[in-house]
Design a protein around this ligand. Sequence first.
Ligand code: SF4
Length: 452
Amino acid sequence: MAYFCHKLCASDSDEPLIDWGCNPIATLTMKKVRDETCCLAPWVSLRIGLSGEVFACNHNSSFLLGKYPDQSLKEIWSGKRIHKLRKHLRKNDFSLGCDICAEDWHHHRNNAASFTLFRKYQPGSWPSMLDFRLSNRCNLQCIMCSGLSSSQFGNESAQEDELFGEDFMRQLDAFIPHLQTARFIGGEPFLIPEYYRIWERIIDLNPQCEIVVQTNATILNERIKELMEKGRFQISVSIDSFEPQTYESIRRNASLTKVMENLDYFSDYAQARQADMVICFCPMRMNHHEIPDLMRYAEKRDAYICLNRFYYPAHLAIWSLPAEKIVHLRSDLANYKGSGASEKSRINAGFLCDYIKLLAQWEDDARERVSIPFIPEKLTKLLARFNNSLSDDPVVAEKMAGIAAQVKPEQLYHYLNPIAAYYGINLFQEFLKQTNSEIVVDDIRSIKMQAD
Ligand code: SF4
């Protein structure tokens, strides 16, 4: 399905959008691109994943641009696939794996939308931003996580020290001097040795580059503090509750007391250097009531908030609640009035506003789930999409078939539909490989339907 924006005019030009030399025509083309497209990601950024797969950003995990080491990073940056994505996005056509952004665009949620983040960069011959997700090494086992993002589920990702060794570091050396931002997620970034090597190189080759680290804030030692003194770090802390019991039931193996201590250090660092700090929060059923606390805390700390979209497991998520409950949660949040005293608090209010719009959309979906009779053909079509992507992996295909046989078709449809729309079928495939089918079956059964 193709998504088109009618607001901006399209161009059918086939001209190369990145010119590896520097010429005035390329500069004009870039200006035109900036004016025409809502998303600059494939002109300014690359995202490198666990097995060397490269995408344009962290929200498009379907449209592969290339794979390191089969191709060099430079080849990927100037390859046919990235040109294809640029060509589509230049027309604001989101059909190449940009489903999450398509949803945001069509529902006018532009404050927190992924594509908005890239507008601060200027398209050029090299990416301004590299986003690294090279390992799942982690010390926590959060309830909303899986083996995809944490090694604590018994499956450490491929030997990143072999995959991301000397050759990878040499290739990065060419990119680093051009970067404005390098972003690191895990696993837990402070546990990943390759990241330390990259941070050292950034500090040597481009000390002005902003180093964004998405951490669970459980680890802070002298080595980290020394590095932070040398580089321009921006810390983004994942904290899903301010209540010890709730926090520790979500972020298993972590202690809220310790995390708050480390958060104080990161906050002081940010204030001393006028750097940004971000507090990330996954709204779920057990912590949703704490969103106003999060807003107040962020205001006190002069931090940005990030409200992650939480879809799985469904039994912990908001989208799978009945519509009446979602209405209730939405009106609670609509009553929150921030001070609006600083620019950050106004920006955070915009993020909250987008989240409230998302709740309204989930409310409509929940109503539809129980009021519109289920049409079996919709599931057949959806399963065909999954089967097309999963067919090359017999284990996953077999698991899928086993799961489908154990649940009601309407529940299966309402479970898989958001995966296809927001999460990505190929990410789900990875998730399924590492997850016990029974867990998925129970989760699907938790979705309330008309007849329940
Ligand atoms: S998913 Fe969003 S941010 Fe990423 S390339 Fe597509 S439109 Fe841009």
